[in-house]
Design a protein around this ligand. Structure first.
Ligand code: BES
Ligand code: MN
Ligand code: MN
Length: 457
């Protein structure tokens, strides 16, 4: 296994160039205009698995975008690692804010810039390449299965159905995912929590048409003003969320656990400087890291209505809209929270407007224990290659399919991610460190080795 470093040194350019080729395919799952590109990307992923030495590689069609599956069963008596990742990416908008075009990857200062570089193409591809290395060197110690989907960024609905219908095919002893981030390259970490999600859209309708804001303004409810007031009332002066029952089931983390979490290195000044903000902002009584991990949130993701073109147009609009997300923590249920939001939001609307709340996708929060073999294997693997033991941390993001994996396959996922919070995933100029990419490929074979050893115990 010590040979892997040499291998990476010798093949670095080739490994990077292959990722560049993958990043050139604009596999945007949210936008139907990219459907053909998403399919082309699935083909590309399929071919990469075939080239790496996987068997039974197939493109599994779904009602939405296809899932790519492949496997290598060396001995049914050995344990099986199921690798999950996603080849779809977020839309690149706002495209004008990118320094270089999102689907023309550029390498600069040790980073590769492109949409999907870190989320998740650069990360799942590490698994394909690590697997290829193990195949080439005849060092794969157990069975491997790959399931790379094309709809993670739009809620993984069809993957959920696929998993329910293919439990036998997906039978494994652990699920390994690289789709999260670490504290830093000097201090690796493993995600042991993900937040859940309720996402919805609201539509506020006032008068039956856009009106002259002079002739009607002051006497007719302006849906944008009203929507803003309604949204503002959803949090109080302590930045607590005011929806009745919102905190009912929220897990209270013990003072002891909070103290333990606070030991992870973090510097608020660096955080502020990096984001060009003067100070943090959030729920009273909680630190920045707590606000993004153990506490639920409510954020407006987009708000629109009325006239937003050049110059001024005096108009009292007929409609206003917003997209709102709530991140959820253990014991909150996405369905319940969506219902509570809906009821509350309708109840606070003044008679001057009509409100419609449309739920989008959701997902449940997810916690991972550290005292099971797959976590221990990941921890040992990272310790081997970084020279530092990774810290378990709860992440603020969501990968809703993890809770479904647990429900349907009875397996906890291990979130061994190699990204950084500063990779700008979902933002313009998304990038992934070449160091991180290679470190991932270096670390993954150790995971296989340690997991196979641990599993037999
Ligand atoms: N890979 C991210 C989630 C993530 C990133 C978790 C970094 C932890 C650290 C994933 O692709 C993602 O973006 N998930 C969405 C939810 C999904 C339903 C669209 C999210 O968290 O917004
Ligand atoms: Mn992702
Ligand atoms: Mn994402």
């Amino acid at each position: 296994m010590s040979k892997i470093k040499e291998y990476l040194d010798e093949n670095k350019d080739q490994l990077v160039n292959e990722l560049v080729d993958l990043l050139k395919i604009p596999s945007v799952s949210a936008d139907p205009a990219y459907k053909a590109e998403v399919n082309r990307c699935a083909e590309h992923v399929k071919q990469s698995l075939v080239n790496a030495g996987a068997d039974n590689v197939e493109i599994c069609p779904t009602a939405g975008h296809p899932i790519v599956y492949g496997e290598k069963i060396i001995d049914p008596a050995l344990p099986t690692v199921l690798v999950y990742g996603h080849y779809d990416v977020q839309p690149a908008d706002p495209i004008e804010l990118w320094t270089s075009p999102p689907f023309e990857p550029v390498i600069k200062n040790g980073y590769i810039y492109a949409r999907g570089a870190a989320d998740d193409k650069g990360q799942f591809y590490m698994h394909v390449k690590a697997f290829e290395y193990m195949m080439k060197t005849d060092s794969l110690p157990c069975n491997a299965k790959f399931m790379i989907e094309g709809e993670e960024e739009v809620g993984s609905e069809n993957l959920g159905l696929f998993v329910k219908a293919n439990k036998e095919k997906l039978k494994a002893d652990t699920i390994l995912i690289s789709d999260t981030s670490m504290i830093s390259n000097e201090q690796p970490s493993i995600s042991v929590g993900l937040r859940g999600l309720s996402y919805l859209e609201v539509e506020v309708t006032g008068p039956n048409r856009d009106l002259h804001s002079g002739l009607y303004g002051g006497a007719v409810g302006n849906p944008i003003n009203i929507l803003c007031n309604m949204i503002a009332s959803l949090t109080d002066e302590d930045n607590h969320i005011t929806i009745p029952g919102f905190y009912d089931n929220v897990e209270e983390v013990s003072a002891e656990d909070r103290a333990e979490m606070a030991r992870a290195p973090f510097n608020q000044d660096d955080y502020n400087t990096e984001l060009k903000i003067k100070s943090g902002f959030g729920e009273k009584g909680y630190s920045t890291n707590e606000r993004t991990s153990i506490r639920p949130t409510l954020d407006v993701n987009g708000i629109w209505g009325g006239y937003i073109g050049e110059g001024a147009k005096t108009v009292l609009p007929s409609k206003a809209y917003a997209k709102i997300s709530m991140r959820l923590v253990p014991n909150q249920s996405s369905e319940e929270i969506t219902e509570k939001f809906q009821k509350h939001f309708e109840s606070i609307a003044p008679d001057a407007v009509k409100v419609v709340v449309k739920p989008h996708h959701g997902g449940e929060p997810f916690l991972i224990p550290t005292d099971f073999s797959a976590y221990q294997a990941a921890s040992k693997a990272m310790e081997t290659t970084f020279g530092v033991k990774p810290i378990p941390v709860r992440s603020g993001g969501s990968i809703p399919i993890t809770s479904l994996f647990e429900e349907e396959l009875g397996l906890k996922s291990v979130l061994m991610g190699f990204g950084l919070a500063t990779d700008d995933i979902h933002s313009p100029d998304e990038h992934y460190g070449i160091f991180n990419y290679l470190k991932g490929i270096e670390t993954i074979p150790y995971f296989y080795q340690y997991f196979t050893e641990e599993f037999g115990k």
